[in-house]
Design a protein around this ligand. Sequence first.
Ligand code: ATR
Length: 286
Amino acid sequence: MSSSVNESPGGKILAGVVGWPVKHSRSPDVHGYWLGEYNIAGQYDRFEVAPDALAEFLLSLGDRGIAGVNVTLPHKEATFELMDQVDELAGKIAAVNTVTWRDNGILLGTNTDGFGFLENLRHGAPGWRPRKSLATVLGAGGAARAVTAALLSDGWDQVRISNRTRSRAEQIADMMGKSVSVIDWAERSQGLAEAELLVNTTSLGMTGSAALDIVLDDLPAKALVNDIVYVPLRTELLMAAEKRGLEIVDGLGMLLHQARPGFKTWFGVDPEVTAAQRKYVLDAKD
Ligand code: ATR
């Protein structure tokens, strides 16, 4: 009898999410929904792995019979360092969110956050046709890096970043070249003039965090506003944008779409993000 090393003895394909802590991750709900929907003999688990145990865990994915994992905080940068091969976005931002163990023993690291971000905008605002001249990004953490790199790869001319700690924004500009500019956090409202897209990648506005204090008056009428915060789903930023008559896209879709490439690689089906899945993930409890 021969079975693939990436299958458990019961024949189920195994995958999961690695984090520290990991109990709040919604990825098991995202993948679990698809496994049920497509009737796949698979299992998607939470793996709580401390930073000092990460290397041992990832290097033994094959021995553990795990086809691949999503990687969440705080492991995305450390995972990048452990990969045998990485894709273009992961290389550009030195962070990996999806790891696949290949039969030849190679660990492949990809970063699907940028894909998830762009697909969320594409599906969430299908009629939006920006000239792609200028986008403004709030924040300069890992999510801001992925979003900025994705926008540049999608053909945007300029990305303007505003972050409380200016030096972190400048680091992104240094990494990504002259298409990225930086403005002071104090100037964030004035910095919206002429922007066709505003993306909040900070944690401000999330349940339990401080509010995002910004005035949207200077945004052009055709601008789109996207928040990557999705708890709550309708953040104050999105409500303020809607009140101004601007198009909005919430943050849940980025979580759902970024999961698609991993699911396809591990479980063999290119899954669809649907309204029913959105509801399932929103309603899921820990
Ligand atoms: P991630 O990697 O998920 O993007 P992160 O690196 O912790 O997470 O980044 C969180 C972002 O929210 C940062 O841009 C952070 O600003 P700093 O770089 O100055 O820390 C921003 N942020 C968090 N709390 C904030 C606050 N009270 N005011 C302004 N920005 C805040």
